[in-house]
Design a protein around this ligand. Structure first.
Ligand SMILES: [Cu+2]
Length: 190
């Protein structure tokens, strides 16, 4: 038989047990919620990372490819001949034949790699000198029967404009002063 003093204790015990039950239940719920939250967070982190990677990679590759194509114009080749006055290099407006590079004025595309092949039919050497193009090429002497063939490359400037080349070896004084003879204009077009 329960004593009157037992009853409050029994209530206390019941209350304690109930509270413990709620506490354990709450803890378990919190643990589950924490797990769910972290799994969702992990999943969303993964999925957002994957989405960014998939979205950015093809776009970046496409634009990089476009930029590469735009930055690389087709390579060019130029064939030039060098002839002396006595080989009828080029007739000047003074009605005299002069030493000349043929053609003496030429056009290249901005940024392109230009391969120049020069055939020197003259018995004396000349140069193709153009500091702005990074060119200072000696073309040794050749002959009508055996022209001296020299090939060299330069990269055309990225800026369109007109650049001068000249022959730095003293040769035909008149030709050295006139464009289209032993000096000339390199026109860079974009
Ligand atoms: Cu010359």
């Amino acid at each position: 038989m329960a004593s009157p003093t037992d009853e409050p204790r029994g209530d206390k015990d019941r209350a304690w047990h109930e509270w413990m039950g709620v506490a354990v239940g709450l803890t378990g719920l919190l643990a589950i919620m924490a797990t769910v939250v972290s799994v969702v967070a992990l999943a969303s982190t993964n999925s957002s990372t994957t989405t960014v990677t998939q979205a950015a990679a093809p776009a970046a590759t496409a634009s990089a490819t476009k930029a590469t194509q735009a930055a690389l114009p087709a390579p060019q080749t130029l064939k030039l001949s060098m002839k002396a006055d006595d080989e009828h290099g080029r007739l000047g407006p003074d009605k005299q034949w002069h030493d000349a590079v043929l053609p003496g004025n030429f056009t290249v595309h901005a940024g392109s790699t230009v391969t120049v092949t020069v055939a020197n039919y003259d018995g004396g050497p000349h140069t193709i000198t153009a500091p702005m193009l990074g060119v200072n090429q000696v073309i040794p002497s050749g002959s009508d029967a055996h022209p001296k063939i020299v090939s060299f490359k330069f990269t055309a400037p990225s800026a369109a404009g007109k650049y001068q080349w000249w022959c730095a070896v003293p040769c035909d004084p008149w030709a050295m002063k006139h464009n289209g003879f032993m000096r000339g204009t390199v026109t860079v077009i974009s």
